[in-house]
Ligand binder design. Structure first.
Ligand code: FAD
Length: 514
């Protein structure tokens, strides 16, 4: 074949210009890579999902008449890494050119940019035809090491793509309905939480291969892939979401509960895997949801659809811009100088803190947690306990079905850990047990008492919270959005401060036992 074209595991976009015409001079390579299975310790369900989706994509291309070279872990094991594999394939096919789509991840992009020093044929980098905002325009919206307001970016995207707009005004007269979107569940709400749509894709072939090659993984093994692995399933999940979850998406976006068998999914779409590996295009997700809103005869209200569109058109595109403008320095940020080790229970879920136990166990079982669990349960704990951002990043990058560095890293470093000192969030999302108690039912029946600050049975989040404010006093006292807790800490009686700090330090020295 004259032309070799590489498709990475998160580039399963059938609408890409590459596939418009069938050309026998082109071979598309899709490969299960040891390098990608091993760059971090992934959840086992994440690897089976990626391999299944890649294989499905290869089969679809073949059916359309394209020449495809699908390589399994067996086929690629002889090659040291992706670079070596490409060198080998160029030789095998005697190729005249090599093309790839721009990787979303810095690490892979550097590796592929460097391929020209290994092969002597023309190399082309194509766009992925995926994001709404063109890559070259990122510098117009984002500035290195500088706070960029998501809200401003989001509004510019609404205008530019004419989404939920009436002329130059936002539909309904407001850009933001977040104040409606902060509800927690009461008993009757919990009874009607919809059942999540899960698939039963056979994963045994991939599972066997992953084991045979000794790939180190975490999480609960499953012989099935519950996430959509092809276009048809992804569209089915999207339509299911629009019908069953979108009508309450905004209302319960921040809510958490343990009292439902569907507590792990609630009103969230679980579309992140299909979108991140590009089976679904974000524009098509937005248009489908908008149509559902228009045809719903009021069943889906404006705050619900706006809340959903904000996530995809706003947050998702914003986070990608922040990633690219700030890499590679982003991965070294540690504004609060957090150094402690991640407690062991992050890897097995067995903590006496019911909130952590629940969110982590669910993540190990399903390779999924929704945003507020990631941000305000595991993330908040890691922030208050001063866990090293590198270790926290590694955990998030491995455990979630949708975890790819470009979207994982800004969310973890900036949103959860405030390790950038304010590029994204203007203050740390730090919270004591009170917040968890307000937004969830985790505290009921927990060994620890949410109303107590000190003592064996006090909720650890309480003393850790105040200790966090005290420990980072110098860095936080100049932040006017933190003036309330910082002021409260300043005014606190010296004896109480000592008591809290001592208790917190005891906990920090015994994190594994919490
Ligand atoms: P829904 O709640 O149904 O939201 C719809 C869609 O909006 C998502 O599918 C996603 O595409 C987009 N979205 C929502 N919030 C964000 C956000 N903050 N950033 C980017 N896109 C967003 N998301 C990932 O895709 N991969 C990650 O590795 C990842 N790591 C995270 C780590 C931390 C510490 C935090 C706080 C958040 C992280 N997120 C990540 C963002 C968010 O939590 C997930 O996108 C979301 O939970 C995916 O589930 P869902 O599809 O059911 O989302």
């Amino acid at each position: 074949a004259k032309h070799l074209k590489l498709i990475l595991g998160d580039q399963l976009n059938a609408q890409h210009t590459w596939f418009r015409v069938v050309d026998d001079d082109v071979v598309f390579v899709i490969a299960e890579l040891h390098q990608e299975a091993n760059y971090t310790k992934h959840h086992i369900q994440k690897i089976t999902a990626f391999f299944s989706a890649m294989h499905e994509f290869a089969k679809t291309l073949e059916l359309q008449g394209h020449r495809v070279c699908y390589l399994t872990l067996d086929d690629t094991q002889a090659f040291e890494d992706l670079t070596a594999l490409i060198v080998g394939l160029v030789k095998k096919y005697d190729s005249e050119s090599f093309s790839y789509q721009r990787p979303d991840e810095y690490r892979l992009r550097e590796q592929l940019k460097n391929i020209t020093s290994h092969i002597n044929i023309p190399v082309y980098e194509a766009d992925t035809d995926h994001f709404l905002l063109p890559f070259d325009e990122l510098p117009n919206h984002f500035t290195k090491a500088t706070h960029v307001r998501m809200e401003n970016f989001y509004r510019s995207m609404r205008k530019r793509f004419n989404i939920l707009m009436e002329g130059d005004k936002p539909t309904g007269g407001a850009w933001n309905f977040d104040s409606n979107n902060r509800q927690s569940f009461n008993k009757s709400d919990i009874k009607v939480i919809p059942k999540p749509l899960v698939f039963n894709n056979d994963a045994s072939e991939y599972l066997a291969r992953i084991k045979q090659h000794g790939i180190k993984t975490m999480g609960k093994e499953s012989t099935e892939v519950a996430y959509p692995i092809n276009k048809e399933q992804s569209l089915t999940l999207l339509r299911y979401f629009c019908q069953h979850q979108l009508p309450n998406f905004g209302n319960f976006q921040d809510a958490m509960t343990m009292a439902s068998p569907y507590a792990w999914s609630l009103y969230h779409s679980r579309l992140s895997f299909a979108i991140n590996c590009k089976i679904l295009n974000p524009q098509e997700v937005i248009q489908t949801a908008l149509l559902a809103y228009e045809e719903s005869e009021g069943k889906i209200t404006l705050p619900q659809i706006e809340g959903f569109i904000r996530q995809i058109l706003g947050w998702r595109e914003y986070v990608r811009g922040m990633y690219w403008i700030n890499m590679p320095e982003y991965a070294d940020q540690n504004f609060l100088s957090a150094q402690r080790d991640l407690p062991d229970f992050f890897w097995h879920g067995k903590s006496n803190m019911q909130c952590l136990n629940s969110a982590i166990t669910q993540s190990l079982d399903h390779a999924y947690a929704h945003h507020i669990q990631r941000l305000m349960i595991t993330g908040n704990f890691a922030l208050l306990a001063g866990i090293s951002p590198k270790q926290v990043d590694e955990w998030y990058l491995g455990i979630y079905i949708d975890a790819i560095e470009w979207v994982e890293l800004p969310n973890t470093r900036s949103m959860a850990l405030f390790a950038d000192g304010g590029w994204i969030a203007t203050k740390p999302y730090a919270a004591s047990g009170n917040y968890v108690n307000k937004m969830s039912d985790y505290c009921k029946g927990c060994k620890y008492k949410v109303k107590e600050k000190i003592g064996e049975n006090a909720c650890p989040l309480n003393s850790l919270y105040w200790n966090f404010i005290g420990e980072n006093y110098d860095k936080l006292s100049s932040n006017h959005r933190m003036s309330f807790p910082v002021g409260n800490w300043r005014k606190m009686a010296e004896a109480q401060k000592i008591e809290i700090t001592e208790h917190a330090n005891y906990l920090l020295n015994n994190l594994d036992t919490l």
